[in-house]
Structure formats: structure tokens, C-alpha cells
Design a protein around this ligand. Structure first.
Ligand SMILES: Nc1ncnc2c1ncn2[C@@H]1O[C@H](COP(=O)(O)OP(=O)(O)O)[C@@H](O)[C@H]1O
Ligand SMILES: [Mg+2]
Length: 249
């Protein structure tokens, strides 16, 4: 579950007579249960790629297979179902409804999926516990810190138990310590719930939680390394652990 295979993806935005090529033949494979991080300069196509995987936008050409289903071939209704059942999205600016409490925000996607109120109550309690926010269920977004709002944002994304989580700069608005805690929470969610997680980020500590880090430049993948190699590079150390010394006899 949660496999994503992207082939020769092209996205051209047309504004009046001018065209912007956001993705120019991008290929990538994300295995189910993997944490993939995407890094790259502003405007290189990171958000465009996430939006296409999440079914929020359609590519100009190429294919995106999620669990073997090519999103390009889905009808508008099929794409709506893909968004509701397969993906949860975590945003940079949390995207909570300001007039609703934390509990009501988490319930919203379940309400849209037609779940009954008993189910929603039990599931919301479970989610609040998962993101360690049991004590904030009655708080509205402006009564919570950025980190707390992002924890609720994660619970909202997980509400309908999608196999894939997509996160677009989820720590961009948080201080370093809080941002790190959120990254660790993503790892915990992958480890305990085996979600496939795609995170766009500029945070160099991503190497500690991601299996793979891909770089995009100008709408194409330019590199891919493991999280541990990335961390080693950031810290300026060799990637492999030193070979253990054989004790003298
Ligand atoms: N809706 C849109 N209409 C026109 N151009 C867009 C639109 N969305 C993104 N772009 C352009 O596509 C390119 C890639 O954008 P984006 O995927 O948002 O980059 P990133 O998330 O890596 O900063 C940029 O040049 C951006 O200006
Ligand atoms: Mg972006």
C-alpha cells in the first residue's frame, strides 16, 4: 500500500499567452512505508509535484500511479475519491478552520466522509492521543502555539486513515526545536502506522528521519541519497560507520 510511481511528469502552467514549465520530465518511485524528502530551491516544482500526487492538480503529460492506479485516467469523481481515501495533506500554514475547535477540525474530514458521531468521537480521541494533544481538544487554532496547531494539522490529515501523507514545508513556520519535534512525530507515525510520507522541506535535520532525500532543480530530479548519507554530508563526516576494531588477542 502507498506505492507511488511517477514517470516523465510534465506540468505547464499557462497564464494568458505566457507559459511556465513547472515540471519537465520528472521521474521518481516512492515505496510504500517510505519517508521521502524533497528539497530544492524555491520555484523548482516541489509544490506542483505534491499537488499532482495528491490529486489537487492534473499534469500536462506523464503518469502518476498510486497503488497501481494512474491518476491521469481518473474521472473528476475518481480524483475526489483519491483525495479523500488515499492522501492526507499537511500544510505549512496548518490550514485549520479558525472558528472550529481542535476536535471539530479533526472531525471535519470524517464528517465529509459520512462517518457517524460515535465513530468520530472515538477516532478523534485516538488521534488526539496519537499527536499528544489530548489536553487541547477544546482549543481553537488561535489558542494554540504553532507546534500545537501543526500536531492538530497532522491529526486532520490522518483522520480518514489514508495510506499516504503529503507535507509541504510542514515546519516552515515553526522554530527549530518545535520543527524538529514535528519531524520526529512524522517518523513515529511512519514507524507505528506504516504510512508512506512525502515531505517537502528545507530543514537539514530531515536526514535523521527520511529514508531517501531527493533534490529537484528546474522541474527535474537531480539527485537522490539516503537519509544517513545526507546527515553525514551535513555534518561533514564519512557516510559509513567506522569498521569496528578487532580487539587485540
Ligand atoms: N497556479 C500556477 N499558475 C502559474 N504558475 C504557477 C502556478 N503554480 C506554480 N507556478 C509556477 O511553477 C513553478 C513551480 O512552482 P512550485 O511548484 O510552487 O515551486 P516550489 O514549491 O518548489 O517553490 C514556479 O515557477 C511557479 O511560479
Ligand atoms: Mg512550494
Amino acid at each position: 500500500m502507498g506505492d507511488i510511481v511517477v514517470k516523465d511528469l510534465i506540468k505547464v502552467y499557462k497564464i494568458g499567452r505566457s507559459e511556465v514549465i513547472a515540471l519537465r520530465g520528472l521521474d521518481c518511485t516512492i515505496k510504500g512505508g517510505e519517508i521521502l524528502a524533497i528539497m530544492g530551491p524555491s520555484g523548482c516544482g516541489k509544490t506542483t509535484l505534491l499537488n499532482i500526487i495528491g490529486g489537487l492538480d492534473r499534469p500536462t503529460a506523464g503518469s502518476v500511479k498510486v497503488n497501481g492506479v494512474n491518476l491521469v485516467n481518473l474521472s473528476p469523481d475518481g480524483l475526489v475519491r483519491h483525495r479523500r481515501e488515499n492522501v492526507g495533506i499537511v500544510f505549512q500554514f496548518f490550514n485549520l478552520v479558525p472558528t472550529l475547535t481542535a476536535r471539530e477540525n479533526i472531525e471535519l474530514p470524517m464528517r465529509l466522509a459520512g462517518k457517524d458521531s460515535n465513530y468520530m468521537k472515538t477516532r478523534t480521541d485516538e488521534l488526539l492521543k496519537l499527536v499528544a494533544m489530548e489536553t487541547r481538544s477544546k482549543h481553537k487554532p488561535d489558542e494554540m502555539s504553532g507546534g500545537e496547531q501543526q500536531r492538530i494539522g497532522l491529526a486532520v490529515a490522518l483522520a480518514n486513515d489514508p495510506p499516504i501523507l503529503l507535507a509541504d514545508e510542514p515546519t516552515g513556520e515553526l522554530d527549530t526545536t518545535t520543527g524538529h519535534q514535528i519531524l520526529l512525530l512524522f517518523k513515529q507515525l511512519r514507524d507505528t502506522l506504516s504510512k508512506t510520507i512525502v515531505i517537502v522541506t528545507h530543514d537539514q535535520r530531515i536526514g535523521q528521519i527520511a529514508d531517501t532525500i531527493m533534490t529537484i532543480v528546474d522541474g527535474k530530479i537531480t539527485g537522490s541519497i539516503s537519509g544517513s548519507e545526507f546527515t553525514a554530508k551535513v555534518l561533514g563526516m564519512p557516510a559509513t560507520n567506522p569498521i569496528p576494531q578487532v580487539p587485540p588477542r
